[in-house]
Design a protein around this ligand. Structure first.
Ligand code: NAP
Ligand code: G4F
Length: 351
């Protein structure tokens, strides 16, 4: 039986990947951070918590990563752990660099020293493109990161390539464009929108306040993207791949589609405030998935409208169940109002 270690198994992609690998017959290990309140709701939601082995580890702590890799003795490592919120990287640039930049290098070093046969997947990102050089981005497009998050991910992108070319490791970068699902964190714009639509529909919220509505993203469906990660580690030779739908939509389009799905008119509820605007944003992302389609036979299936619908319906269902008195592993009821933090942030940074 093959063994896989997933860092960041408690996150959106970690939970979906755990489910996929279990279905493929893997023995699945995952790292989690010890916190004062448990954070296993996604693994419970997908009904996989009791089918995996958890190991405490932090990407900033070499000893715990060494321990996690030693005790799990994996065939494959999927490095998904990250401070993954671009907005927060402006508030915590050094921590983000430590986790998202140096973290991957720690794992690569451990692999190099203890078992060079372990295959390594690095969660790289379309944020690397930043101020885009081309309207459609592929594996050859120049990177120009626009956030401390993207700069940190650039470091791990290159070290993954360097350890592959220099030490012969089987190490791949998946340059994944935005991918969403009902398990997306609430601070990301898609889930912030669908959760708000659900609450507005049920009379629990009055308005939705957002930042830059003109930003365009290539949004896909997360369960399909973890399949691409797995395929990258099954090929004969390691390589880097863009994973995307090839379509781009603005935040405004996502908003309109989400309210439409709930038979509401977005103009009646949506406001903008520059407290949600970043010091430096990425305006346009649209990926070209030709290479992964041709080489690994990977295709996205879920359309933009279907993705929005799945997310809106899931949030409506959760809130309906909540109002009916049902309790379930789920993040929204205890999500804090973060407005104070954002106000301070914007006062210091917005031009
Ligand atoms: P996510 O939901 O935010 O999950 C991030 C995971 O990393 C969580 O399990 C989190 O643990 C863990 N983590 C954070 N800091 C850590 C630390 N210091 N040590 C150990 N674990 C830590 O992110 P996601 O959407 O699943 O994304 C997975 C990966 O793909 C990330 O590396 C992200 O940057 C990258 N990526 C995502 C997208 C996307 O659109 N989703 C696109 C491109 C690349 P807690 O649960 O304890 O917080
Ligand atoms: O949903 P977002 O926070 O995602 P972003 O910044 O694109 O990053 C995500 O995708 C990356 C891949 O390209 C990943 F690497 C990264 O880990 C993460 O998963 O913001 C999307 C856009 C931005 O332009 C942002 O400025 O939406 C804009 N936006 C407008 N109003 C907002 C808001 N974003 C958030 N989070 N909250 C708002 O109120």
């Amino acid at each position: 039986m093959k063994k896989a270690l997933i860092t960041g198994i408690t996150g959106q992609d970690g939970a979906y990947l755990a489910k996929l690998l279990i279905e493929k017959g893997y023995s699945v290990y995952g790292t989690y951070r010890r916190v004062s309140s448990p954070n296993f709701w996604r693994l419970q939601y997908l009904n996989v918590l009791d089918k995996i082995t958890l190991i405490p580890a932090d990407m900033a702590d070499m000893s715990s990563l060494f321990e996690a890799i030693s005790v799990s003795d994996p065939d494959e490592i999927y490095n998904l752990a990250a401070q993954s919120y671009v907005g927060a990287s402006f508030d915590q640039p050094l921590l983000t660099t430590e986790i998202d930049g140096s973290g991957a290098t720690r794992i690569l070093e451990i692999i190099r020293h203890i078992n060079k046969d372990i295959k390594f997947y690095q969660a790289s990102t379309s944020e690397l493109y930043g101020t885009v050089a081309e309207n459609i981005q592929n594996e050859n497009t120049v990177f120009c990161p626009n956030s401390p998050y993207a700069a940190a991910k650039l470091l791990s992108f290159h070290n993954t390539r360097i350890y592959r070319e220099g030490y012969g490791l089987f190490a791949c970068n998946g340059i994944l464009f935005n991918h969403e699902s009902p398990l997306r964190g609430l601070e990301f714009v898609t889930r912030k929108i669908t959760n708000a639509v659900a609450k507005i529909k049920l009379g629990l919220q009055k308005e939705l306040v957002l930042g830059n509505l003109d930003a365009k993203r290539d949004w896909g469906f997360a369960p399909e993207y973890v399949e691409a990660m797995w395929r990258m580690l099954q090929q004969e030779k390691p390589d880097d791949f863009v994973v995307a739908t090839g379509e781009t939509h603005s935040v405004r389009e996502f908003v309109n589609e989400a309210f439409k799905q709930a038979n509401l008119n977005a103009d009646d509820f949506v406001k903008t405030d520059k407290i949600f605007v970043r010091p430096h944003d990425v305006n346009l992302l649209c990926g070209d998935p030709s290479k992964i389609k041709n080489n690994l036979n990977w295709n996205c299936k879920t359309t933009f409208a279907e993705l929005v619908k799945v997310m809106v319906n899931a949030d409506i269902k959760r809130w309906e169940n909540f109002l009916a008195g049902e309790s379930f592993a789920w993040d929204a009821p205890s999500f804090p109002d973060n407005i104070t933090i954002l106000k301070r942030h914007s006062k210091n940074n917005i031009k």
